[in-house]
Ligand binder design. Structure first.
Ligand code: AMP
Length: 408
């Protein structure tokens, strides 16, 4: 048995899961929040215990030290040698990283060099990696990239219709996001319908606060709705999704904003929040749509854009076998799933409304036996995917794993 840490580092937070492999059991959820502020929080939560401490957490390095210390104090681990490997979620892998990668100094420098593709994420993630390398020397560290799953897109799907030079000189192309989620969900959906993923034409709808869709063909990402950054695609909680670039320039001038401020409006004040003026949270909008026109229209636009993308992907895939819903809204909001599926009747999609209404946060086939497309809910598990990659790349306890797989 080995314990793996799956890490998600933000600019002022560090969240981890400690997962026992090969059993894939989550032992503890660990978080440091408000790093660098006057008072931060350290949280360690597991089966039957919860530790929450308010204290200054000056940097990612200190956060790692404090959290590791809490793990041993609480006897969740006896000593650090039990940690077999550490996996880090990294948002941008550019064209350099096509798959998860063992981290050395060179890889770390490359992650830092990709900061211009994800200025809010890559630097914080690199700092998190450095903090773990210092705290756990000799333990394999693996980077798992949100973009790598989409490196299978063809030029036709990743190029923008702008001068080709800009792609060559500045990396101006579609990179996509949510790749770790898509990798997990597509594999799991194929297992649930008991067909090889390679044989399925699949669309996965990752409907959370960030929203994207992925068309999967031959077991690979074929097209995806996010773009150069996660701002593109459908309407999201606070992000605008696709928009005419000239309108952005026009508004920037009218509002007298810098480019950075304009992008901030599109990232944080748009989407469901900007349309409704009520909330970015789908639960609030569904509660208010009967009485609030802007909440109603926000939900309608949300559903409509998703239906448009699914239609486009069915055309590109030349058919559809499986449609999968995941993430906060996809896993929990049966009403949104129903409205999307009702617009897909032309494809032969039929939902069992009773089963759909009861399905919240669990794996479930929600289409009828006669539906031409199998429709599923599959809760995403990016941390588990990260832990699996760490085991594979770190060659951790591979004997244990072989035995476990042979017994399945
Ligand atoms: P995520 O980014 O995956 O956490 O998803 C957040 C979105 O999921 C928000 O719009 C929430 O309103 C929506 N949601 C609906 N039901 C739930 C639930 N039970 N738990 C978490 N998110 C939910």
């Amino acid at each position: 048995m080995s314990k793996i840490l799956a890490i998600n580092a933000g600019s002022s937070s560090l969240k981890w899961r400690l997962i026992e492999m090969p059993t894939e059991k989550v032992i503890a959820k660990v978080a440091a929040e408000r790093i660098g502020q006057a008072i931060g929080t350290i949280k360690v939560v597991g089966n039957g215990f919860k530790v929450v401490r308010e204290m200054p957490v000056p940097s990612h390095h200190e956060a790692v030290q404090m959290l590791l210390k809490t793990l041993t104090e609480q006897k969740i681990i006896n000593d650090f040698s039990e940690i077999g490997g550490v996996g880090h979620r990294v948002v941008a892998g550019g064209e350099i990283f096509h798959q998860s990668t063992l981290i050395d100094e060179h890889v770390l420098e490359q992650i830092e060099s990709l900061a211009e593709y994800a200025p809010l994420h890559n630097p914080a993630e690199a700092e998190g990696i450095r903090a773990f390398m210092a705290a756990l020397p000799g333990v394999p560290e693996v980077a798992v990239f949100d973009t790598s799953f989409h490196q299978t897109l063809s030029e036709v799907n990743y190029l923008y219709s702008i001068p080709y030079d800009y792609y060559q000189q500045y990396g101006a192309r579609k990179y996509g996001a949510h790749g770790t989620s898509y990798r997990y969900v597509s594999q799991r959906a194929a297992e649930l319908v008991q067909q090889p993923l390679q044989d399925l034409k699949m669309v996965v709808a990752h409907l959370g606060n960030g929203v994207s869709l992925d068309a999967i063909k031959d077991g690979q990402s074929y097209n995806t709705s996010m773009g150069f950054t996660p701002l593109a695609g459908v309407t999201m909680g606070t992000r605008a999704g696709d928009i005419d670039a000239s309108l952005v320039a026009h508004l920037q001038e009218k509002l007298n904003l810098t480019t950075e401020q304009m992008i901030d409006v599109l990232n944080t004040k748009s989407g469901l929040l900007g349309l409704s003026g009520v909330s970015s949270d789908m639960r609030d909008l569904l509660a208010k749509e009967a009485t609030n026109h802007r909440a109603k229209i926000a939900v309608e636009i949300f559903v409509d854009r998703i239906v448009q993308y699914i239609g486009a992907y069915v055309a590109q895939l030349n058919g559809l076998d499986t449609l999968v819903f995941t993430a906060g809204i996809g896993e929990n909001e049966s009403e949104i799933r129903l409205r999307i599926c009702q617009s897909l009747g032309y494809l032969g999609v039929e939902i069992d409304e009773e089963i759909n209404a009861k399905t919240r946060g669990v794996e479930q086939l929600i289409s009828t036996p006669t539906s031409k497309v199998k429709v599923l809910v599959v809760p995403t598990d990016e941390e588990l995917m990260i832990a699996r990659d760490v085991v594979e790349l770190g060659q951790i306890e591979s004997q244990d794993l072989k035995v476990a797989h042979a017994q399945k």
